[in-house]
Ligand binder design. Structure first.
Ligand SMILES: *[C@@H]1O[C@H](CO)[C@@H](O)[C@H](O)[C@H]1NC(C)=O
Length: 256
C-alpha cells in the first residue's frame, strides 16, 4: 500500500538539484527508465539542454569556427601558401572531410592535392565520389602504413585525425606521415575542452577524441624525434597576423 511507483517523483527531485547533479543522475537513471522515458522525454530534453548550454558557454569559448579543424584548414590555405611557398606544390591532406579540403586546394595555382579520408565516407557527394574513383582521395585507416612511397608529397596537412589515436598508434602513424613527405608536416589538433563538440560524431570515429594540450604535443614530437619547423612557424604566424586569422585549432609545424 505504501509502495507506489514514483517515476514522476524521482524526476521532480532531479529537477530541483543543481544542474551538474541532475545531469549525472540522468545518465545513471536513463537505462532503468527506458519505458518511462517516452513519457518524460520532454522533461529530460529540457534538463539536457540546460546542462549542455552551461557546459558550452564555459568550454567552447576558444573555438572560433565550425566543429572540426577542417574549416580551420580551409581558411589557412592562403596562409600556408605564404609560409610554405614552393613546398605547397604537392599536398596530401589527411583527415575527415578531406574531399572538401582537396577541392579547396585545387583552386590554388601551382598546387596539386591528394587526400586520405581516415573514416568511412558515408554521405559523400558526387564530386567526392569522383575524387575517390580517380584515386585522388583514398579511404584508409591511418593506423596502418599509408599506401604511398617515401617523399611522395612535399607537404602533409593532418587535421582531426591524430586526436583519435592513442600514443601506441601515434608512434607508428606520425613517423609514417613524415616518411611520405619531403618538406614537412602541418598538424591541426583540437584544443582540450572541445570534447563535447565531437560527441555527436562518436559513432563515426569509434572512440572519443583525446584532445591534448600543446605542451603534451610538443613533448610528444620531441620524444618521437620530430622537430618543429621554426622558420615555417614564424612565417605562418606573420601571415596569420596580417590576415587576422584566428584558428580554432592548435597548429604545429614539423620538419620531415
Ligand atoms: C612511443 O614512442 C616513444 C619514443 O620512442 C616511447 O618513449 C613511448 O614509450 C612509445 N609509446 C608507446 C605507447 O609505445
Amino acid at each position: 500500500m505504501s509502495r507506489r511507483p514514483v517515476p514522476s517523483r524521482r524526476l521532480a527531485d532531479g529537477g530541483s538539484v543543481p544542474l551538474v547533479g541532475s545531469l549525472s543522475q540522468k545518465s545513471k537513471a536513463s537505462p532503468l527508465l527506458s519505458v518511462a522515458l517516452v513519457l518524460v522525454g520532454g522533461f529530460l530534453l529540457i534538463g539536457y539542454f540546460y546542462g549542455g548550454a552551461g557546459h558550452f558557454s564555459e568550454k567552447e569559448a576558444p573555438r572560433a569556427e565550425g566543429l572540426s579543424c577542417t574549416a580551420a584548414v580551409q581558411h589557412a590555405i592562403p596562409i600556408l601558401k605564404k609560409a610554405y611557398g614552393d613546398s605547397m606544390r604537392k599536398v596530401l591532406h589527411v583527415g575527415p572531410e578531406t574531399c572538401t579540403v582537396v577541392s579547396e586546394l585545387f583552386k590554388e595555382e601551382d598546387t596539386e592535392a591528394w587526400g586520405v579520408e581516415p573514416y568511412e565516407l558515408e554521405d559523400a557527394d558526387g564530386r567526392c565520389r569522383s575524387l575517390v574513383r580517380k584515386g585522388i582521395v583514398r579511404v584508409a585507416d591511418i593506423k596502418f602504413p599509408l599506401p604511398y612511397r617515401p617523399k611522395s608529397f612535399s607537404l602533409i596537412i593532418v587535421s582531426d585525425a591524430l586526436d583519435y589515436l592513442s600514443p601506441k598508434y601515434l608512434n607508428k602513424t606520425l613517423p609514417d606521415l613524415a616518411r611520405v613527405s619531403s618538406d614537412g608536416l602541418v598538424v591541426f589538433a583540437g584544443y582540450p575542452g572541445q570534447q563535447r563538440a565531437k560527441l555527436s560524431e562518436l559513432s563515426k570515429f569509434g572512440r572519443p577524441a583525446k584532445l591534448r594540450s600543446s605542451s603534451w604535443w610538443i613533448k610528444y614530437f620531441f620524444q618521437t624525434g620530430l622537430e618543429e619547423n621554426e622558420a615555417a612557424m614564424k612565417k605562418f604566424e606573420q601571415a596569420a597576423n596580417k590576415r587576422s586569422y584566428k584558428p580554432g585549432c592548435q597548429i604545429f609545424h614539423l620538419t620531415s
